[in-house]
Design a protein around this ligand. Structure first.
Ligand SMILES: Nc1nc2c(ncn2[C@@H]2O[C@H](COP(=O)(O)OP(=O)(O)OP(=O)(O)O)[C@@H](O)[C@H]2O)c(=O)[nH]1
Ligand SMILES: [Mg+2]
Length: 224
């Protein structure tokens, strides 16, 4: 239909810039989807698998590796994916925790270009405190949410599917069509096509998808 119908090429993703605060975020973004989740959940690994670039986002066994809001350019100017710092890692000094929380919160609430959030959760430990806050915030604001149940390779198929079904029922009740869910494994590269498809839908809207849904909603509700 329009020029933004052209497809996204995740393989061409390149690191663009990092921000420590909302006002340092690039001002030319047209559409962004942010990867959020608890520390060590697998956000950076998911981005690397998505882009087939193991060196793009830094990953680590040590939680708290991602400490800035990192922006990655896709092949269409102004269309980006964002790696957010992990939430809730106990050993990070309290001052740093407060800093992250404040700036993550500001990013999520005020970022005009934000078109959706990918909530990355370890499939073995879903819906912890931060996850619940993020879901509630999406519920209040109407922000589209894609849940990535990652590290699915750590479970056999039965328990993985049962977690997926249970959470789908639970979250659909709260968010309706605004939420989609999938299992994922960065290790086995499972679920990549599903993730790419959903990101394309979020980043390349064919029409004003949220029209009517968000007219009276702002990003005001806080994560707190
Ligand atoms: N088995 C398995 N391990 C994974 C998977 N995804 C991530 N990991 C491991 O989990 C650890 C944390 O991964 P990261 O991608 O750095 O996690 P993060 O959410 O970006 O963490 P922070 O930057 O600290 O917020 C690393 O040791 C990864 O190798 C997966 O799908 N399967
Ligand atoms: Mg990370």
């Amino acid at each position: 239909m329009s020029e933004n119908q052209s497809s996204l090429n995740f393989h061409q993703a390149r690191y663009f810039v990092s921000a420590d605060k909302l006002h340092q975020c690039p001002d030319d973004s047209i559409a962004e989807v942010a990867f959020a989740g608890r520390s060590n959940a697998g956000k950076s690994s998911a981005i690397n698998t998505l882009t087939q670039n193991g060196k793009l986002a830094r990953t680590s066994k040590t939680p708290g590796r991602t400490q800035l809001i990192n922006f990655f350019d896709l092949n269409i100017p102004g269309i980006r994916i964002v790696d957010l710092p992990g939430y809730g890692y106990a050993k990070v000094p309290i001052a740093m925790k407060v800093h992250w929380q404040k700036h993550l919160d500001a990013y999520l609430q005020h970022r005009e270009a934000l078109k959706g959030v990918v909530l990355v959760m370890d499939i073995r430990h879903p819906m912890k405190e931060f996850d619940e806050m993020l879901v509630s915030w999406c519920e209040k604001t109407g922000m589209p949410l894609h849940v990535l149940l990652t590290k699915a390779d750590k479970l056999t198929r039965g328990p993985a599917q049962s977690t997926l079904l249970k959470l789908t029922a639970q979250l659909r009740k709260r968010l309706g069509d605004g939420v989609t869910l999938q299992t994922f494994s960065a290790l086995k590269k499972d679920g990549v096509d599903t993730l790419r498809k959903r990101l394309s839908e979020l980043l390349l809207p064919t029409s004003d998808d949220l029209d009517g849904q968000t007219d009276n909603l702002t990003h005001q509700p806080s994560l707190d």
